[in-house]
Design a protein around this ligand. Structure first.
Ligand code: ZN
Length: 291
């Protein structure tokens, strides 16, 4: 089963989104060499960003920034309405004792802020902020949606990491009630959600996004929209990194030439490494002088 997301509605003004993100979270885990608590924190944030992004128009995107004072440091993810996502966690090599039998993502993230920026193309990007409530990511996104966007939501996110560090299941869902949502429908959905096992368990049992939606809306009529495939994708390139080097200016590049003679630039979002040898750096100098 490839990664995918689906949108659905039921009667009474309630909509839901569900996503399976196992492959893209495992790719992020490998690219950044994340230890389990970092893989869980990053995977939850990437999945949450995709759940928010699917609501945007084509070509629009969203950035979630989790700025906590815990050992993981900042977590940043970008997700596009088209279904691509990228992200990083500042300190991927964090080890923390389990809490109960669970990865202690909350202790890894700590206290701080969540900010969500929507890039809508034509207009100025819009950023909203809220305090982190637990650092467990799903609760933080739920609180953000309520406080900053006045949208009551239920968000669940899960990442299952094996002892050998691989991610074998990841996914999430978000349920939102429109302003005049029907109370009976809402209480039925609340009961359905309370009876659900953790979302990572559902995914590890092979249940897809439509299956998750059917459980959330059990006993109610469901309309589902087209499934969108999801993937980890970064838009960095040699040309973009070259532009960054050009922006550093002549003195800085001369300094690199004299001290190292080469530069290795690592993309923070995907850990792709770009090499610039002496000739490449001299070309950068030529570009700077030509500006
Ligand atoms: Zn990249």
């Amino acid at each position: 089963m490839g990664d995918h997301i689906i949108r659905a509605t039921t009667v009474g003004g309630v909509r839901a989104f569900a996503a399976v993100t196992t492959t893209l979270v495992e790719e992020a885990r490998k690219r950044h060499d994340c230890y389990p608590v970092a893989a869980a924190a990053l995977g939850r944030t990437m999945t949450g960003a995709l759940l928010l992004a699917v609501n945007l128009k084509t070509d629009e995107s969203i950035t979630i920034r989790i700025s906590g004072d815990g050992p993981l440091g900042e977590i940043v993810t970008d997700a596009h309405a088209s279904g691509s996502v990228r992200g990083y966690v500042r300190n991927p090599h964090v080890e923390l004792p389990l809490r109960g039998n669970k990865l202690d993502v909350g202790a890894g993230v700590g206290n701080g802020q969540i900010s969500v920026t929507r890039f809508t193309g034509l207009k100025q990007p819009f950023t909203g902020n809220a305090d982190l409530v637990s650092g467990e990511i799903a609760e933080d996104i739920t609180n953000y949606l309520l406080v900053s966007e006045q949208t009551p939501s239920t968000v669940a996110l899960g990442v299952l990491v094996q002892p050998d560090l691989t991610v074998t299941a990841a996914g999430g869902f978000m349920v939102q009630a429109l302003p005049n949502a029907d109370d009976e429908v809402l209480s039925q959905i609340e009961k359905n959600i309370a009876a659900l096992p953790p979302v990572s368990q559902l995914v590890s049992e092979g249940i897809d996004a439509a299956g998750i939606i059917n459980r959330i809306f059990a006993g109610l009529p469901v309309s589902m929209y087209d499934e969108i495939p999801l993937q980890f994708e970064c838009h960095c390139s040699y040309e973009r990194v070259q532009k960054v080097l050009v922006s550093l200016g002549e003195m800085e590049i001369n300094d690199i030439l004299v001290t190292d003679g080469h530069a290795e630039v690592c993309c923070p979002f995907c850990s792709e490494k770009y090499q610039f040898n002496k000739d490449d750096l001299e070309l950068v100098l030529t570009l700077i002088k030509g500006e």
